[in-house]
Write a protein that binds this ligand. Structure first.
Ligand code: 48F
Length: 251
């Protein structure tokens, strides 16, 4: 027999169990676009406890719409090994450009991240950071619905040994740290130049403040790099690189 109250109890208890476990993590990732999802997967696979916070209902960030709503994206040769790790299909267009279905890319990144053990909290906005002795020690979170409706409800906190800003063009976490500490400067994303943007994002993926790492388009916002449009290899490579940097630091 199916019972409505059992359904309510099952959802509530299992969500609270997940939330309680996710409150104290090794790595807190903010933003579930291509870079955040990739980073979360490699970190969870390496055995770290990862909580991923996404303000929207669905994960995937800027993947779904491809280029100008044509739901295909381009990936360059060096990132093919990441597509292989995720079991994502690609089609060669010329010697360095490969085409990936945006829906398969988003779906596979999400699926593999969750299967690797990443705890995903969607509908959750990061609105501030916690700092102790000059180092980021956690995040301040609230339901996106609270923020959207302008309700006067206090947020709550989670702790992490490392935090990743994967919030894309807005670089929200870096922006907060810059504003509140005066110890970080955001140069702002520049004009379109796909080649320079792609390599620059990967090269500059780094720890920008003690305990705070940056990946994906947020790197361009911090370091003043060009944008690159619907080519996604740099996002995947940056996500993998930030996972490696954090793994090295935490181990
Ligand atoms: O924008 P997004 O996809 O970031 P990304 O991983 O990838 C960029 C590409 O999609 C594309 C591009 C590639 O050439 O230019 O734009 O750098 O994903 C960022 C995610 O962060 C979420 C946001 O909803 C999106 O899904 N996000 C932003 N602010 C917050 C947040 C916040 N305060 N709290 C939680 N999530």
């Amino acid at each position: 027999m199916i019972d409505e109250i059992t359904i309510t109890k099952a959802i509530t208890s299992k969500f609270v169990e997940k939330f309680l476990d996710g409150i104290e993590c090794d790595v807190a990732i903010v933003g579930a676009g291509p870079s955040g999802l990739t980073a979360s997967y490699y970190l969870a696979k390496a055995g770290f406890k990862v909580s991923l916070f996404e303000k929207k209902l669905s994960l995937g960030g800027g993947i779904w719409g491809g280029g100008m709503m044509f739901n295909k994206v381009v990936v360059q040769t060096p990132a093919l090994e990441i597509l292989d790790d995720f079991g994502i299909t690609y089609e060669q267009f010329d010697e360095n450009h490969y085409v990936v279905d945006a829906i398969e890319l988003a779906g596979a990144l999400i699926h593999r991240a969750v299967k690797a053990g990443v705890k995903v909290f969607n509908l959750t906005s990061v609105e501030d950071v916690m700092i102790r002795d000059g180092k980021i020690t956690g995040l301040v979170i609230n339901w996106t619905a609270v923020e959207m409706s302008g309700l006067h409800v206090d947020p709550m906190t989670i702790s992490a040994k490392a935090v990743v800003d994967a919030t894309g063009h807005d670089a929200i976490v870096c922006r907060l740290v810059a504003k509140k500490t005066g110890e970080l400067e955001l140069r702002g994303e520049k004009y379109m130049h796909a080649e320079a943007g792609e390599s620059g994002v990967v090269e500059n993926t780094s720890e920008v403040f003690p305990g705070l790492f940056v990946t994906g388009m947020a790197v361009a916002a911090v370091y003043g790099l060009p944008r690159m449009g619907p080519i996604f290899g740099g996002m995947l490579l940056s996500g993998k690189k930030v996972a490696e940097l954090i793994a090295k630091k935490l181990k």
